[in-house]
Write a protein that binds this ligand. Structure first.
Ligand SMILES: NC(=O)c1ccc[n+]([C@@H]2O[C@H](COP(=O)([O-])OP(=O)(O)OC[C@H]3O[C@@H](n4cnc5c(N)ncnc54)[C@H](OP(=O)(O)O)[C@@H]3O)[C@@H](O)[C@H]2O)c1
Length: 288
């Protein structure tokens, strides 16, 4: 081991923090860990990490400190008691939270003399080695550039810009798409199964329909950049279509809450269009 061996501290050892420790160790990076529940840190020691007895010791161990916590509030709980050790450190908070909370967290860290980067881990679950996984970063470009190589074992990187909240804006934007997709997939497959059919026969068609999504995204992004587009016959067609999905689900006892919500949006747009005497899109309604 040379004197120039690369090293980091990882604080927070949930499924994601543990995946990060494994990725660093695999890349030959020495890792010091700290976790509120010590048994998770012990498990990482068995893989080759060093366990710090206190947060202060974890901060003292390395310049670069990666946080993988449930939310930004946990950062204050963890770092506050050792705040006098933050000076000169680089905190890369890769926890999920709102953009505004990330900005406040960045200011809090900088007030205590450390550099700060915010990250949003766009991984396939906690599989950061999956080819589709990558991490959004935002914060000062020079801080990112200075530490990008050391952070690289975690996943490919997408640096977005200087706004400390930007990584969370994009991360939460993508999760906004992902959450209803997950629930819609549950509803669709439950409907297939409760109708007495085979989910395995259905899934290849669900995968195939994904191929059309980039086309729709391109179309809608052009329209939404101009304020959104709709025509009233199209809105009425979507309302009727939502009713068909609701019926197909509820006929076999499947919860169609998600489709009722979708239908409520189409109906709201139909009503708003009648009131405004022009077509009002769902984008315009949501954007406010
Ligand atoms: N897991 C995924 O698939 C995934 C994917 C992408 C992004 N993310 C994001 O990555 C972050 C970490 O994910 P995760 O799944 O590992 O989350 P997690 O299971 O919630 O664990 C995060 C860590 O936060 C610690 N923690 C929470 N509240 C704390 C507090 N008040 N004081 C001290 N420690 C506290 C936990 O400590 P204890 O062990 O003591 O409970 C644990 O080590 C989250 O922001 C998550 O949204 C996760």
């Amino acid at each position: 081991m040379s004197a120039t061996k690369r090293s980091v501290t990882v604080i927070g050892l949930g499924p994601m923090g543990q995946a990060m420790v494994r990725a660093f160790l695999k890349a030959g990076v020495a890792v010091t860990v700290w976790n509120r529940s010590p048994e998770k840190a012990e498990a990482m020691v068995e893989l080759g990490a060093t366990r710090a007895g206190t947060v202060a010791a974890a901060l003292d161990a390395n310049e670069l400190v990666v946080l993988s916590l449930t939310h930004y509030d946990a950062m204050y709980t963890v770092l506050e008691p050792a705040a006098d050790r933050l000076r000169g450190k680089v905190i890369a908070n890769l926890s999920s939270d709102s953009p505004e909370k990330a900005r406040r967290g960045a200011a809090w860290v900088r007030e205590r003399g450390a550099e700060f980067l915010s990250g949003g881990v766009m991984s396939a679950g906690d599989n950061i080695e999956h080819p589709a996984s990558y991490i959004f970063y935002s914060g000062p470009r020079e801080v990112f550039d200075a530490h990008a190589e050391l952070l690289l074992p975690l996943s490919p990187q997408e640096y977005l810009g200087a706004d400390d909240g930007l990584a969370q804006v994009f991360y939460q934007g993508l999760l906004t798409i992902f959450h209803p997709w997950l629930l819609a997939f549950d509803q669709a497959t439950a409907m297939i199964e409760r109708a007495g059919h085979d989910i395995a026969q259905f899934v290849p068609f669900a995968v195939r329909s994904n191929a059309a999504f980039p086309y729709f995204m391109e179309q809608f992004s052009v329209e939404n950049q101009q304020g959104g587009w709709a025509d009233v016959p199209g809105l009425r067609m979507m309302d009727a279509g939502a009713q068909h999905i609701i019926d197909a689900s509820e006929e076999v006892g499947v919860d169609a809450t998600l489709s009722h919500t979708a239908q409520a949006f189409w109906r709201k747009a139909v009503t708003a269009s009648a009131e405004a005497d022009r077509a009002v899109s769902t984008y315009e309604l949501m954007r406010g």
